[in-house]
Ligand binder design. Sequence first.
Ligand code: DON
Length: 582
Amino acid sequence: MKPTVSLVTVSLLFAPISFPGPGAETLTGSSLERSWRNDQKAYGRKGAVVSAHPLASRVGLAILKRGGNAVDAAVATFLTLAVVHPQAGNLGGGGFVVLRMADGRKLALDFREMAPLKAHPKMYQDGKGEVIPGKSLRTAQAVGVPGSPAGIYHLWKKFGKIKKWSQLVYPAHAFAEKGFEVDDFLARSIRAKRKTLGLWPATREIFFRKGEPLRKGDFLIQKDLAATLKRFADGGPKGFYGGRTAELFEAEMKRTKGMITQKDLASYVVKERKVLEGSYRGYPILSMPPPSSGGIALLQMLHILETWSLRDLGPGSAQELHYKIEAMRRAYADRARWLGDPDFFKVPIKGLLAKDYATGLAEGISPTQASKGVEAGLPAGAPPEESRETTHFSVIDAEGNAVSCTTTLNSTFGNGQVVAGAGFLLNNEMDDFSSKPGVPNQFGLVGAKANEIRAGKRPLSSMTPTIVLDKKGEHPYLILGSPGGGRIINTVLQVLIQVLDHDLPLDLAVRAPRIHQQWLPPATYWEPLAIPADARRKLEGMGHLFQKRPSVIGRCQAIRRDARGRILAVSDPRSGGGASAW
Ligand code: DON
């Protein structure tokens, strides 16, 4: 690919950007000890991009500076993440975008993976009907038909301002072709996942050197991925879902007993969906409808919590935590029962979001007792320690166009399989289906009929890209989302409450320690300092169970634009993202 204009010059990408912000980030210790690297917060007036990798955010900002709008910036950021943040950034995965254009147009774009045409409800069960451990996670049969390339192209075609598609692919292509330095986060992820990655020869070739996982400071060059990006740049979706890339994909599947064929690839469809709209304390909320459970569960929890003045109860007070936990329990119970791909199962969206339904649920919450028998009653074990990579980024431009995008390969590096010769990792999104009613997936989430496997169906997600508008409904006020599997929805919920109820500045709201309750198992997880000791004693007295979380709860990438048009972009100090603004 020979871009006629080099949109992103090296100097622009690597120019030092300094923003106020204290010292180095620590991964360990309590979240209140965590502090931002100085490129994790950015202030501006004309636009901002915040993502899980500083290079991707800088690419997005460079696109804004060169006249692109938020959609162009989002597309270039997305593609750059596919190269520099291979844990979750992807071509071989899927995701969702919630978009709100300054002229008022809104869209929820669904480019979630689709189950292959040969998929069926019992594909992960043995002859006795037992779920075969790992089959939906670590094999070629775990792969859903990727939606990302089709999704971002669709987005650009419909809303982008930059005329030439290849210009948006170019920065990602340059990083793949010329390489970039492996940072601490990527090095740790590769090390942590070395077993899974080591299973696949094409993957080893990329992420290992002399038999050892790449280390911090090593250079990662991805020539095959660059060639795939070039085909995508030149041919658009046909350059991915057809031609050489599709041939390589099918060959990889044949070699490893996967199900996806060229026919599956050619049949992939992006879905435009109606943004899920609700409100909380007068703020309009835009979020993702099914096949994500995120928007529905988020709005359901907010509706329940509107019953009480959380501000008066006080952040971190036993009573505030009690109501939050109980709201979470109820929304996640409904998630397990009612949510799935709306094209295959009639999701009772209206009923779940009706305010009187929320009022009824709130009335069922005792102010003094933890509830025990919240409905649905499916058995579930404790969630195993899961991977924690998905990635969210948020973008705003000078006109006020806003993009909230969450995308994933599901587990960190997906199933670990790279398509030989094409250089991109494959997802293991099929694990988000319910392999069998009541049997938990890798996030400990259970499901039922609504989320059973069917050919061409999309697995239920928790991804919650969200935009909050100002009270007049005119401008975007907050743009946010997070990775974290089942913890995503509660992460978004708590950041919103910190800002909208407790008036915390966005950076502190993102950093504040969080809790997580998902109905089953009954215990509530907490990050250090999320529950003060005296509140915990009180809550235990009310019947609540707690378990300290060994890892973080979500990693939020958020933007706030205040009434005077001042923008603050914040990358969660729980991980190594970056914020860029101007
Ligand atoms: O769509 C979902 O809900 C999951 N596949 C997301 C996976 C995830 O967030 C992994 N961890 N951060």
